[in-house]
Design a protein around this ligand. Structure first.
Ligand SMILES: *[C@@H]1O[C@H](CO)[C@@H](O)[C@H](O)[C@H]1NC(C)=O
Ligand SMILES: *[C@@H]1O[C@H](CO)[C@@H](O)[C@H](O)[C@H]1NC(C)=O
Ligand SMILES: *[C@@H]1O[C@H](CO)[C@@H](O)[C@H](O)[C@H]1NC(C)=O
Ligand SMILES: *[C@@H]1O[C@H](CO)[C@@H](O)[C@H](O)[C@H]1NC(C)=O
Ligand SMILES: *[C@@H]1O[C@H](CO)[C@@H](O)[C@H](O)[C@H]1NC(C)=O
Ligand SMILES: *[C@@H]1O[C@H](CO)[C@@H](O)[C@H](O)[C@H]1NC(C)=O
Ligand SMILES: *[C@@H]1O[C@H](CO)[C@@H](O)[C@H](O)[C@H]1NC(C)=O
Ligand SMILES: *[C@@H]1O[C@H](CO)[C@@H](O)[C@H](O)[C@H]1NC(C)=O
Ligand SMILES: *[C@@H]1O[C@H](CO)[C@@H](O)[C@H](O)[C@H]1NC(C)=O
Ligand SMILES: *[C@@H]1O[C@H](CO)[C@@H](O)[C@H](O)[C@H]1NC(C)=O
Ligand SMILES: *[C@@H]1O[C@H](CO)[C@@H](O)[C@H](O)[C@H]1NC(C)=O
Ligand SMILES: *[C@@H]1O[C@H](CO)[C@@H](O)[C@H](O)[C@H]1NC(C)=O
Length: 545
């Protein structure tokens, strides 16, 4: 049995046999005529593994082939000039030495055993939850264990891109890399990989990677958002509020909060490219006064906010009142205009004594006040701004009925067979109904509508205006004249023309006689002729019937 003490070289073994080997080694090497092979050379074995070592010699009569090692060994076969050993549980690098006695002298051969071992752990240090774009990010990776170190390296990766590589040193190796965070790095997977390159030993390249860590990068501009809010808001009303932020990345991951005072607003958020917009409806359900609307954008654990002032006011009124909207003539009517506190009202040019006070006046309703409108203007000053609001109210006065004699001729001289209109109007509220009936027959004549007059229209008429407010009657006398036949008219025209001719002739004669006698003599009476004149207009306007 060989002791299992782990030693770097066989020379430190306390065994006499090994001491002997050490002392004889230079001698044997010099005098060696025969050789001793140790197969395989430069053994590479995974930690805890086993291997077969064959010591063979060309010595014709070899004696006692031995394998010197601190590892547990077993002879698994032997033949002429060779012996094979199995080494189990190889845990560390070591050197094995074969020796044989040949013709009285010792021959030796050796081989190195290299143990390879995969790292126990490879881990990328956690990344910050959010990394600002344009700032340096330091990545750290730890590789623990692994052998042989000369062939082991640690590599930091962004996706498949190699960022940094370092050879292993010591039991634990840390590899670091600094990267400038970019927008493109948002969602990138960073990982760490160890590589054990045993290709020179004919075993290949071994590697394994840490679990990837995904980076989230963001841009949150320092310049605050645009907040569009109304400056004034009346109690009980609602207005939209808009908050917009540009240059945000990734805009879809940002969170926005809109608040009126400490009341959160229900906002709908939309993002387009790098622009984020939140809209909400601000309802002035709180008390009057100065308030603030706050827009708070949070991204990557940072937040930006902007505030805008909003004044909530109440503007009650103006309320206009008539003591009664519809009154009979002669009634006293109260007209009032009132509005909320701090509101100044002016009723038909009459201002209130002070803000918040009402204006009232009385009037004795007359016919002229029917449909009269009263106007009230209300003004409120809110934070330097003057707000206006107007109201009007209309009064109805019940009066009448009345028939104005000037607009309803009471004596009519009409000619038969002509078209005439009976003009007559009645006033009042409510509108009266006007009926004109012939006194004798009770026949109704239409008012305001043209009709052809006949002789039986002659007579006295009662024109009666009726409304809920009473009745008014006016008497109208209509005289219908008989018209001369057409032949009479023609005869009269002929006579008239003839008359003119005679007069002209007489004038010319008198003028001529005076010139002859040179005596001036006027005969006035000769110009007066017993003729009836007729308006030619009237003749032309005649009906052709
Ligand atoms: C050991 O080596 C010798 C000579 O090369 C060979 O004959 C023998 O078969 C080998 N033994 C084993 C177990 O490989
Ligand atoms: C291998 O060797 C190690 C110490 O070198 C020991 O702890 C382990 O039990 C051994 N394994 C076997 C299977 O013999
Ligand atoms: C063995 O050694 C002796 C001297 O030491 C030598 O004379 C002899 O030739 C050797 N035999 C062989 C086979 O080499
Ligand atoms: C074995 O390793 C030692 C160093 O540990 C080296 O000097 C020697 O050359 C190696 N032997 C072989 C056969 O590779
Ligand atoms: C990032 O680190 C590099 C060196 O690794 C340095 O030159 C650069 O100024 C750093 N940039 C910032 C923004 O810190
Ligand atoms: C990063 O890894 C996750 C899953 O591990 C994957 O969904 C994502 O696409 C990867 N990102 C990139 C940029 O490859
Ligand atoms: C590679 O690493 C993963 C953990 O990242 C581990 O589960 C797996 O066993 C490792 N494979 C090897 C061959 O080391
Ligand atoms: C916010 O909106 C949702 C649906 O649009 C509604 O159910 C909810 O009551 C609203 N909350 C407030 C405080 O207005
Ligand atoms: C903005 O909103 C975030 C998330 O709700 C909150 O943590 C932060 O305190 C708010 N910032 C301000 C200034 O109100
Ligand atoms: C809001 O009002 C306060 C005083 O009430 C004033 O100091 C502040 O500047 C105002 N803010 C804005 C954005 O106008
Ligand atoms: C009108 O107002 C006066 C005093 O303001 C009041 O005495 C009177 O009763 C009011 N009249 C009506 C009809 O409301
Ligand atoms: C209203 O005026 C009418 C006539 O102008 C008058 O007869 C009546 O008495 C007045 N009524 C009142 C209440 O002053």
């Amino acid at each position: 049995m060989v002791p299992l003490e782990p030693l770097p070289g066989a020379c430190r073994t306390p065994l006499i046999s090994l001491l002997l080997v050490c002392c004889l080694l230079p001698l044997g090497a010099q005098r060696q005529e025969f050789s001793l092979q140790v197969e395989p050379q430069d053994m590479v074995v995974s930690a805890g593994g086993s291997l077969l070592v064959n010591c063979s010699t060309d010595c014709p009569h070899p004696k006692s082939i031995t394998l010197e090692t601190y590892l547990f060994k077993e002879t698994v076969g032997s033949g002429l000039g060779w012996e094979a050993f199995q080494l189990n549980n190889v845990t560390g690098d070591s050197k094995v030495l074969c020796s044989v006695l040949c013709n009285g002298s010792q021959i030796t051969g050796s081989s190195n055993i290299t143990v390879y071992r995969f790292p126990k752990r490879v881990e990328l240090a956690p990344l910050p939850p959010w990394q600002p774009v344009g700032e340096n990010l330091t990545l750290r990776c730890q590789v623990e264990g692994g052998a042989p170190q000369a062939h082991l390296s640690a590599v930091l990766l962004r996706g498949e891109e190699e960022l940094s590589r370092q050879l292993a040193v010591g039991e634990s190796t840390e590899v670091m890399a600094t990267v400038l965070a970019r927008r493109d790095d948002h969602g990138a997977n960073f990982s760490c990989r160890w590589e054990l390159d045993l290709r020179p030993q004919g075993l290949g390249l071994f590697q394994n990677s840490s679990a990837p860590r995904q980076l989230r990068t963001f841009v949150l501009p320092v310049t605050p958002s645009r907040l569009i809010v109304p400056r004034f808001l009346e109690v009980g009303t609602s207005r939209p509020v808009d908050c917009t932020l540009d240059g945000l990345f990734p805009a879809s991951e940002a969170q926005v909060q809109l608040a009126l005072g400490d009341q959160m607003l229900n906002s709908s958020v939309s993002s387009q490219g790098d622009t984020l917009t939140a809209t909400a409806t601000a309802t002035a359900s709180t008390e009057e006064g100065a308030w603030e609307i706050v827009c708070n954008v949070t991204l990557g654990g940072e937040s930006r906010e902007i505030r805008e002032n909003l004044t909530i006011y109440s503007f009650w009124g103006p309320i206009m009142n008539l003591s009664e909207p519809t009154v009979p003539e002669g009634t006293t009517v109260n007209v009032t205009c009132a509005a909320g506190p701090r509101v100044q009202v002016t009723l038909d040019g009459v201002p209130a004594k002070g803000p918040g006070q009402l204006v009232q006046f009385q009037l004795n309703a007359t016919e002229k006040d029917d449909r009269r409108s009263f106007f009230c203007k209300a003004t409120l000053e809110v934070d330097g701004m003057i707000l206006h609001r107007n109201r009007s109210v209309q009064l109805r006065v019940l009066y009448g009925p009345k028939i104005d004699p000037a607009r309803c001729p009471q004596h009519l001289m009409w000619k038969e067979r002509r078209i005439h209109v009976l003009q007559c109007q009645a006033q009042g509220n409510p509108d009266p109904q006007l009926l004109c009936l012939q006194k004798s027959s009770g026949v109704q004549v239409s008012v305001g509508i043209p009709f052809r007059v006949t002789l039986n229209y002659s007579g006295t008429y009662f024109c009666r205006a009726t409304s809920s407010q009473g009745t008014k009657t006016l008497t109208v006398v209509m005289n219908v004249q008989v018209r001369k036949p057409l032949s009479v008219t023609i005869a009269m025209v002929v006579l008239t023309i003839l008359g003119f001719a005679i007069v002209t002739a007489a004038f010319l004669y008198v003028f001529w006689v005076q010139k002859q006698s040179a005596i001036y003599h006027v005969n006035r009476g000769s110009t007066w002729l017993p003729l009836t004149s007729k308006q030619p207009d009237e003749a032309l306007g005649e009906e052709p019937s």
